[in-house]
Each structure stands twice: as structure tokens, then as C-alpha cells.
Design a protein around this ligand. Structure first.
Ligand code: ADP
Length: 184
């Protein structure tokens, strides 16, 4: 039983590492970014509402995310554990998640913070070239991260759930460090 939250700035490698670890642990990888991108691609109600926020590098409003996460965490396949990637992304989402986990009698084991210097992040994101990976939007996403998501580092550190990992190492070395955390 493993329940993990991946925290870290855009471009830190959360998605890549969360996916690898989910595969190794045979657990669902729940990425709010992936869920939103697929909603946008299919132009669902959620996707239509989320798109402009995402294109500008802003967070999608909480009300669009919270129900979605609550529903996903009540699916059968998450009973053995889960890896959350991209959620929570601000303090109110973190408080919501706390209350939700309490209500469903689950506890998150670790919050993993992937640490990567800003200049490396910008280089990586520009190389990736997703639709929201142009320089202006990247800058905005980094600012939003600093303002709204980075405070979660202290939030979880205070509760002794935080594990920081140097995300500026080769991909395999980051995976090895993560395997140590989950005792694989
Ligand atoms: P990144 O590589 O920037 O971390 P993500 O795939 O996690 O990318 O997220 C892409 C975009 O989706 C974000 O910039 C944001 O607009 C939206 N998003 C993802 N997760 C959340 C969330 N928990 N709350 C609000 N917006 C979110």
C-alpha cells in the first residue's frame, strides 16, 4: 500500500517519474494535468472551461478540479494505493485533500518534492514544446508555482510528510532515489 503525492515545479520531471514509479508499484498514476489535457482534446464540458486557463499558464479554478479528484479517489482501482501528480497545487486543494482522505480513511505516505533550479526548468520546458510550453506561458507557470504551489512544501514539511529529491540528476538516478523512498 503506497500513497504518494508528487510536488514540484513544471518541468521538474514529476509526470515522468510518477509514471515510472506507478508502473513499478502497479498503482494508478493520477495526473490532473493529463486528465485536463484529455478533457480539452475531447472538448468536454470540463475541457472547454479549463482550456483558457491552461493556455495562459494559470491554475484551473478549484471547483473544476476538486470533484474530479474526489471521484477519481473513490474508484475501485485506487484501493491498493495511488500516485497523485499535479494535485494538490495550492493550499485550499491541500486542505480539501486532507479532509477527503480523512473521510475515506486513507493517509498519504509521502509527499515528494522534486527540486530543480529555475534555469534548468525553462530549458527543459522549451525543449519539450507542449502547447503551453512557450516562453511567456512558462514564465507565468513558474510564477504561479512559486506563489501558489511552493507554499505546500512547508505545509507538508511541518507535518513531516515531505521528502525532497534532487531532480537535477540523470533520469535513472532520480528513479533510484525514488525507489529508496518507497523501499523498492
Ligand atoms: P506541468 O508540467 O506544468 O506541471 P501539468 O500537466 O501538471 O503540467 O499541468 C498543466 C496545466 O493544467 C497547469 O498549468 C494548470 O493550468 C492545469 N492544472 C493541472 N493540475 C491542476 C490543479 N491541481 N489545479 C489547477 N490547475 C491544474
Amino acid at each position: 500500500m503506497t500513497r504518494l503525492i508528487f510536488l514540484g515545479p513544471p518541468g521538474a520531471g514529476k509526470g515522468t517519474q510518477a509514471q515510472i514509479l506507478a508502473q513499478l508499484l502497479q498503482l494508478p498514476h493520477i495526473s490532473t494535468g493529463d486528465i485536463l489535457r484529455s478533457a480539452v482534446a475531447q472538448q468536454t464540458h470540463l475541457g472547454v472551461k479549463a482550456q483558457s486557463f491552461m493556455d495562459q499558464g494559470e491554475l484551473v479554478p478549484d471547483q473544476l478540479i476538486l470533484d474530479l479528484v474526489q471521484e477519481r479517489l473513490s474508484d475501485e482501482d485506487v484501493i491498493p494505493g495511488w500516485i497523485l501528480d499535479g494535485f494538490p497545487r495550492n493550499v485550499s486543494q491541500a486542505i480539501f485533500l486532507d479532509e477527503l482522505l480523512l473521510a475515506i480513511n486513507q493517509r498519504c505516505d509521502n509527499v515528494i518534492n522534486l527540486d530543480v533550479p529555475d534555469e534548468v526548468l525553462v530549458t527543459r520546458l522549451l525543449a519539450r514544446g507542449r502547447k503551453d510550453d512557450n516562453e511567456e506561458v512558462i514564465r507565468r507557470r513558474l510564477a504561479v508555482y512559486r506563489e501558489q504551489t511552493a507554499p505546500l512544501i512547508d505545509f507538508y514539511r511541518t507535518r513531516q510528510q515531505l521528502v525532497s529529491i534532487d531532480g537535477n540528476m540523470p533520469l535513472d538516478a532520480v528513479t533510484e532515489a525514488l525507489k529508496d523512498v518507497v523501499a523498492l
